[in-house]
Design a protein around this ligand. Structure first.
Ligand SMILES: NC(=O)c1ccc[n+]([C@@H]2O[C@H](COP(=O)([O-])OP(=O)(O)OC[C@H]3O[C@@H](n4cnc5c(N)ncnc54)[C@H](OP(=O)(O)O)[C@@H]3O)[C@@H](O)[C@H]2O)c1
Length: 326
């Protein structure tokens, strides 16, 4: 089986978790890493066994031994770094959100298509085995027509301060783009585009949504969704249909533990959970590259674009604007 050679750019918090899981996946390797800091790059390469380390991103994009690049930098850099990697013919797995807004996602998508290069947003929950089972149950009609979804994503990040990427406007802070994207993705994945959206937020002095509630309305169905950086919460998700219910245990976006209730019976499977849960999206990218696909059929770039359009619509209602929107 062909070995897939990965590069990682932007060597912060998530890059370290991702590299830990990459080492658990067979038939792939960490070929190269790049950071704006030479010492961070060298340390990361030693810690995770990367064959090359660079102190500029361009050198990694030009490395002929790299097949696919994981973009793990801050939100505002996803657009330029994804485009640069794709223009070098590299495949790209870009952290969520793929772009700050739908214009950025459209532009990244166009470059991927022009270069026939693989592109996927790192919405890792989509590939976790328990979530795959939820998608299957819904598609098989196990709970009938979905009437109600309730999901949230919150944690207390107040101690991180205004300069942190969570709260800083220049870093495209705010809960929607960072974590509200998960409950939004859940409703979109299971019910598609809504007919309308109603959003209400607590917006900080800097102008980012610290706390956000939003309702997606469908024909005879609603999704009540929420995200926040201002408090901790036991994160569960509930999906109710006319013929049954699905419960995703805490923390639902990464849980191996889900429950189906229907006709008085309970199905409570517990799935495997390798590493921190990033191995499943890595396996999906590896599979797509081996099959010479330029998209994953499970999470397409059209899906990413539609998700970004929904986030644009929510931000318009709550008045959160970034420099990329101007
Ligand atoms: N999938 C998940 O579970 C998950 C979890 C957390 C975060 N994320 C996503 O991953 C991305 C990174 O989050 P993180 O928590 O890893 O961020 P982070 O640790 O704060 O920073 C990641 C990298 O971004 C670059 N960076 C940081 N501050 C910068 C600045 N002021 N100017 C330019 N570059 C800067 C640095 O890259 P260099 O090393 O090159 O200097 C840094 O190592 C976000 O887009 C987030 O949405 C995903």
């Amino acid at each position: 089986m062909r070995e897939i050679r990965w590069g990682i750019v932007g060597l912060g918090n998530i890059a370290r978790k991702f590299a830990t899981d990459l080492a658990l996946v067979p038939n792939c390797c960490l070929q190269a890493v790049a950071s704006s800091s030479a010492s961070r790059s060298e340390t990361f390469a030693v810690d995770f066994g990367a064959k090359s380390s660079y102190s500029d991103y361009e050198s990694l994009f030009s490395d002929p031994d790299v097949d696919v690049v994981y973009i793990a930098s801050l939100h505002p850099l996803h657009h330029s770094l994804s485009i640069a990697a794709l223009q070098h013919g590299k495949g790209v797995l870009c952290e969520k959100p793929m772009g700050i807004n739908s214009r950025e996602v459209k532009e990244i998508r166009a470059v991927a298509q022009e270069h026939s290069a693989f592109l996927m947003e790192a919405l890792w929950t989509r590939f976790n085995p328990a979530f795959e089972q939820v998608v299957k149950w819904v598609a098989e009609g196990k709970i009938g027509k979905i009437r109600y979804i309730n999901a949230s994503f919150s944690f207390n990040g107040l101690d991180r301060g205004e300069e942190s990427r969570l709260f800083n406007l220049e870093k495209a802070g705010g809960s929607l783009l960072d974590i509200g994207i998960y409950p939004l993705f859940l409703a979109y994945q299971l019910m598609g585009n809504p007919n309308s959206i109603l959003a209400s937020a607590v917006v900080s002095q800097q102008g980012v949504d610290e706390q956000l509630a939003f309702i997606l309305s469908y024909t005879k169905s609603q999704a009540l969704l929420y995200s926040s950086f201002t408090h901790d919460e036991d994160m569960r998700a509930t999906i109710c249909g006319e013929e049954g219910e699905i419960y995703m245990n805490s923390r639902w976006h990464e849980t191996p533990n889900i429950k189906l209730l229907r006709q008085g019976k309970e199905d409570n499977p517990i799935f495997e959970f390798v590493g921190r849960g990033y191995s499943y999206e890595i396996e999906e990218v590896n599979r797509c590259l081996r099959e010479q696909r330029i998209e994953s059929p499970k999470w397409t770039t059209k899906n990413s674009l539609e998700l970004s359009e929904l986030m644009d619509a929510i931000r318009k209602q709550i008045g959160v604007r970034y420099s990329a929107d101007l």
